[in-house]
Design a binder for this molecule. Structure first.
Ligand SMILES: NC(=O)c1ccc[n+]([C@@H]2O[C@H](COP(=O)([O-])OP(=O)(O)OC[C@H]3O[C@@H](n4cnc5c(N)ncnc54)[C@H](OP(=O)(O)O)[C@@H]3O)[C@@H](O)[C@H]2O)c1
Length: 320
């Protein structure tokens, strides 16, 4: 007669095996960056097995190491948040920019196609030329005007060519982390220090709030038939940097963080002498395709900015 304990053990191992097979293993490149450092803890909290890859784990300039690293980790999903994201960094070192922003995503796509891995590659509104005002859809022609944008556009083409089931997730003006400040956090910090606020008034885009972005990405992981280009940003009409700064100031004032609203010194894009490479002027993206995919309305950037500032005010009060 077989011991009942044996049945129990068998059941336990079957459950472990089944559970292990259900939990997706997600490899995140660029895990120490602005997006990666919010995405990794969120995915872990959701119950995924996450491999948080940094430059120390795998240098994306070394293509052979990259292939070996991915194959050895056996992920179900790769989310590539790694990039040379500084516009002037790309201009100053186009070779490294090409390795990290173009060749590494292409290699990820080749391995993903061969190994049956779902690849989500992050891209940018800077693939657009920004010549025409208004919201751009995923169908709009891409025609980048700087080294960074060219590298990201080239990566979009190569990734889709090598692995058509991939997702290109374009984001813009990412904010929502005090540890890795975006524009909203930069204005918030200046407000607290009482510094002069200046911002460009003739260039637009749409902000993307990190807590929303990581939620959308995790929802996309669970949609196996989802592929192609998606614009992942909050909803609303095109916003200039000076209008964006005004929303941050209004929110900080309404939540009692400042007693008086400072006046913004509005600048022109052409006056920004430290911008050594060109900036596309009108790159605001529509998130309608994302809303249709997830079958829910996308939060407005006004609400997202207000929630972010509200949380910073609460943190400030806790620290006092
Ligand atoms: N932030 C935005 O507003 C924004 C807007 C539009 C598009 N995007 C896109 O969104 C994605 C994520 O952006 P992000 O703001 O999170 O960028 P980020 O903060 O600059 O982070 C990029 C990450 O890439 C890593 N990396 C760079 N070179 C590497 C290499 N040779 N090997 C391994 N890792 C390397 C960096 O590692 P280290 O930490 O070691 O330097 C860093 O952790 C990028 O594709 C970016 O183009 C961002």
């Amino acid at each position: 007669m077989i011991c009942p304990l044996f049945h129990l053990k068998l059941l336990f191992f079957a459950w472990v095996w089944f559970y292990d097979d259900l939990v997706k293993k997600i490899l995140v490149f660029g895990s120490a960056g602005k997006v990666g450092s919010t995405l990794v803890p969120y995915l872990k909290e959701k119950g995924y097995e996450v491999i948080a890859a940094t430059r120390q784990d795998c240098d994306l300039c070394k293509q052979n190491d990259l292939v070996d690293y991915i194959v050895s980790q056996k992920p179900d999903v790769i989310i590539n948040c790694a990039a040379i994201s500084g516009i002037e960094s790309c201009l100053d070192d186009p070779v490294t920019c090409h390795y990290v922003n173009v060749m590494a995503p292409q290699t990820m796509a080749q391995v993903s196609q061969k190994e049956g891995i779902k690849l989500i590659h992050l891209s940018t509104d800077y693939v657009l030329d920004g010549r025409r005002p208004g919201l751009k859809t995923e169908q709009d022609r891409i025609r980048p005007i700087n080294t960074y944008g060219e590298s990201k556009a080239e990566a979009e083409w190569r990734v889709m060519d090598e692995c058509p089931s991939s997702i290109i997730a374009r984001v813009s003006w990412v904010f929502g982390s005090l540890g890795k400040p975006g524009f909203a956090e930069a204005i918030w910090n200046k407000l607290l220090k009482g510094e002069l606020i200046s911002a460009v008034g003739d260039k637009d885009s749409i902000p993307t709030w990190l807590p929303d972005l990581v939620e959308w990405l995790s929802e996309m992981i669970e949609l196996p038939s989802c592929s192609g280009i998606y614009q992942l940003c909050n909803s609303g009409e095109p916003l200039t940097w000076s209008q964006y700064a005004q929303l941050v100031i209004d929110s900080a004032y309404s939540h009692g963080a400042i007693e008086k609203k400072p006046t913004i010194e509005v600048q022109k894009l052409d006056e920004m002498s430290h911008f050594r490479d060109a900036r596309p002027r009108y790159t605001a993206m529509s998130c309608q395709k994302l809303a249709n995919l997830l079958d829910k309305p996308i939060r407005s950037y006004e609400e997202a900015i207000d929630l972010a500032i509200q949380s910073y005010v609460a943190r400030l009060k806790d620290a006092r």
